[in-house]
Design a protein around this ligand. Structure first.
Ligand code: HDD
Length: 699
């Protein structure tokens, strides 16, 4: 891995056809192939007869193809991934753990991160409402550590034995395999209505968190409670957090729905384009730590994965950062074959008795057996970067070859002896466990509504509105009244107003009294607004510039320069792809600018901001229904819209809403109202343009 300084096994496996020492086609056995287009046939030269099965070249090609698919992941099937590195800032976590990856600032640990959606299959769309997986493989010198998390800090269920029920309920229904890429159906809402421990996670997924703008703008959470250990024998409970440098932003539901059709690969393209353009996605790495002695000091169980540890009670400690800087070379061997397992921890990091985590530790290895086989760890993307030396042998698709006569321990030659814990071997914390075997859950696991209420109370008014709309959308897709009646009863226990609003929307019985009182508690970090970056940035934000023949070139250039020096991505959208000419240009001299897309090709939903330069081209734009819809839609989605000179009049005509103020046309001042930025003077001075800022996150 050139960029991170540390090698990965992939380097030895990578074939780069453009630099291969030989440039010819061979069979899988390395035999040169003379023809890959025609199957061997019987023919007298004019008549062509049947194919001959003897053709080993054709058979190999087709048979390989016949077996190209492996089972997709039973959940998180759709995803994408990238390589990068992880670094800690200093030694501050040494008081909690001896794991060098978390304590040694001189280390730059290579990572691979896979982002995913949960419900849909491999071919589903990126922008569906769903939880996003955020799984990180740290290739540490002490072995691989897999932190298999989500973009939401809690989970639907407390016990892993419920996982098959939950997944069956959320996945497409068994009789007709509907729906794809969404949870808006009877079975999901039936299950969560009867399993109220899911209420907290349901609130998160129905909030804007369920439709992120980009993987680069999502938080990540380890979700489960893990432990950290010191060499002197202290144990701490820990939760892991990723916080994106760019802030936490979401799409509007209307945008998400449209993008699902307009560009189903929106998120994966966004990730790779950012890396290609050097706008490297970056996250702060934080921990929340509770000393073992304080495990029972809270009114919730700290081992319950349906609960957060409110930051007011357990503050975040930032200890490091992660940067993604390299795309995979080939999707299948890297993104499809990467395999995570929560049981993959390294010395200094351990498990807790979190019942969800304990079950996960079993399930992930098991699922890799069915997807990839018992030697899944030997696949290039899964290989540790430190030596792997043990007596495991054989199994399907074994790659490693170990010489010698010994494949067991103890052995007379002392080959591969276990390392005593003090010498760096994995050390399981010696916890004393007593009890009676029972199928039981802890007492505090029985309380389900405090934290969903805390979450709802903490949202900004517009976030609450989105949440009501989202639940209403989903329940509207449930045609069994039992399902939406049951869920409105659940909502009553979270917030009375919320329950009434949803019930009214979906035709459910409107509750006449709350299930319980609203305790009025809030926690600031639960709202996305909390993560607004201190300095607004347009880095890698997509800006559409709408032009037709006759736009003002000088002004266009000034805005273009301002945006590109701020590292925004500018797309020129015109009546057709190709040359569009500014005013005063003889069309034959070829001095136009090239439109990247035509108005039908890329809709406003695919952009964060829209800018319309001044010029008589506005008359052309105004005649085009698609352009009018483009701008109205962008305004409706609260996008930043920039308009100058004549374009202001155009905007005023089509976005004729009370309360939206536009600049007078003879003014030099920059005016912003509802995200609409206007500069009024037709002959615009470039100094005025320099002050034009298009801020992200206005939605
Ligand atoms: Fe899981 C995949 C995250 C609970 C069983 N899970 C999977 C992936 C992520 C998560 C991000 C995709 C990994 C990848 O990109 O390859 N899962 C979670 C989180 C959970 C959680 C944050 C709750 C804290 N999972 C969970 C439970 C079970 C599983 C309780 C089973 C008892 N998860 C699986 C699995 C998957 C999986 C079936 C499917 C593909 C895979 O593992 O490799 O084993």
């Amino acid at each position: 891995m050139a960029s991170t300084g540390a090698p990965t096994p992939l380097q030895t496996t990578l074939i780069d056809p453009t630099h291969a020492s030989a440039n010819y086609l061979t069979s899988d056995q390395g035999v040169k192939v003379s023809d890959t287009d025609n199957w061997l046939k019987l023919s007298d030269g004019t008549q062509v007869g049947p194919l001959i099965l003897e053709d080993q070249v054709a058979r190999e090609k087709v048979m390989h193809f016949d077996h190209e698919r492996i089972p997709e992941r039973v959940v998180h099937a759709r995803g994408t991934g990238a390589y990068g590195y992880f670094k800690v800032h200093d030694h501050r976590a040494s008081k909690y753990t001896y794991a060098p990856v978390l304590t040694d600032p001189s280390r730059k640990t290579p990572v691979f991160v896979r982002f995913s959606t949960v419900q849909g299959s491999r071919g589903s769309a990126d922008t569906v409402r769903d939880v996003r997986g955020f799984a990180t493989k740290f290739y540490t010198q002490e072995g691989n550590w897999d932190l298999v998390g989500n973009d939401i800090p809690v989970f639907f269920i407390q016990e892993s034995i419920k996982f098959p029920d939950f997944v069956h309920a959320v996945k497409p229904e068994p009789h007709n395999e509907v729906p794809q890429g969404q949870s808006a159906h009877n079975n999901f809402w039936d299950f969560v209505g009867l399993q109220p421990e899911s209420a907290h996670m349901v609130m998160w997924v129905m909030s804007d968190r369920g439709i992120p703008r980009s993987f680069r703008m999502m938080q990540g959470f380890g979700v489960n409670t893990y432990t950290l250990h010191t060499l002197s024998g202290e144990q701490f409970f820990v939760k892991f957090h990723w916080i994106p440098e760019l802030g936490v932003y979401s799409l509007f539901w209307d945008e998400a729905l449209k993008i699902s059709g307009q560009d189903p690969d929106f998120h994966r393209k966004d990730l790779y384009e950012a890396i290609e353009n050097g706008a490297l996605p970056k996250w702060k790495f934080c921990i929340q730590v509770i000393p073992a002695s304080k495990e029972h000091d809270f009114d919730f169980d700290i081992l319950d994965a349906t609960k957060i540890w409110p930051e007011e009670l357990v503050p975040l400690e930032e200890i490091g950062e992660m940067v993604l800087d390299r795309k995979p070379e080939e999707f299948f061997p890297e993104v499809e074959q990467v395999a995570f397992c929560t049981a993959n921890v390294i010395p200094g990091i351990g498990f807790s008795d979190d019942p969800l985590l304990q079950g996960r530790n079993f399930s992930y290895f098991d699922t890799q057996l069915s997807r990839l086989g018992v030697n899944w760890q030997e696949l290039p993307v899964n290989r540790p970067v430190c030596p792997v030396l043990n007596h495991q042998r054989d199994g399907q698709m074994r790659h490693r070859i170990t010489s010698g006569t010994i494949n067991y321990w103890p052995n007379r030659k002392e080959i591969f002896p276990p390392v005593p814990p003090k010498g760096g071997g994995y050390f399981s914390y010696p916890a004393k466990v007593e009890g009676t075997k029972q199928r039981i859950r802890g007492g505090k696991f029985q309380e389900h509504y405090n934290q969903p209420q805390l979450f709802y109370n903490s949202l900004a008014p517009f976030e609450k509105k989105h949440l009501v709309d989202a639940i209403s959308f989903e329940l509207d897709h449930c045609d069994d009244p039992v399902v939406y009646q049951t869920y409105t009863k659940v909502l009553k226990y979270i917030d009375f107003e919320l329950a009434k609003k949803v019930a009214a929307n979906v035709g459910s019985t409107i509750p006449d009294k709350p299930g319980r009182e609203n305790l009025g508690k809030t926690s600031k970090p639960l709202s996305q607004l909390y993560y607004e970056p201190k300095e607004p940035t347009v880095v890698e934000r997509r800006v559409a510039v709408l032009v037709a023949d006759g736009f003002n070139l000088e002004e266009f250039k000034a805005v273009h320069n301002a945006l590109s020096s701020a590292k925004a991505k500018i797309f020129i959208i015109g009546p057709h792809r190709g040359e569009v000419y500014p005013s005063g240009v003889d069309y034959t001299d070829g001095k136009g600018i090239r439109a990247d897309h035509h108005f039908e090709g890329q809709r406003s939903t695919l952009f964060d901001a829209v800018y319309i330069p001044s010029g008589y081209h506005v008359a052309e734009l105004a005649k085009n229904g698609r352009v009018v819809q483009y701008v109205r839609e962008a305004f409706g989605h609260c996008k930043a819209i920039g308009a100058v000179g004549h374009a202001i009049a155009f905007l005023r005509d089509i976005v004729d809403l009370p309360g939206v103020e536009f600049q007078h046309e003879d003014s030099k001042e920059v005016k912003t109202s509802y995200g609409v930025v206007t500069i009024g003077k037709y002959e615009v001075e470039t100094t005025a343009i320099d002050t034009l800022q298009i801020k992200p996150g206005s939605k």
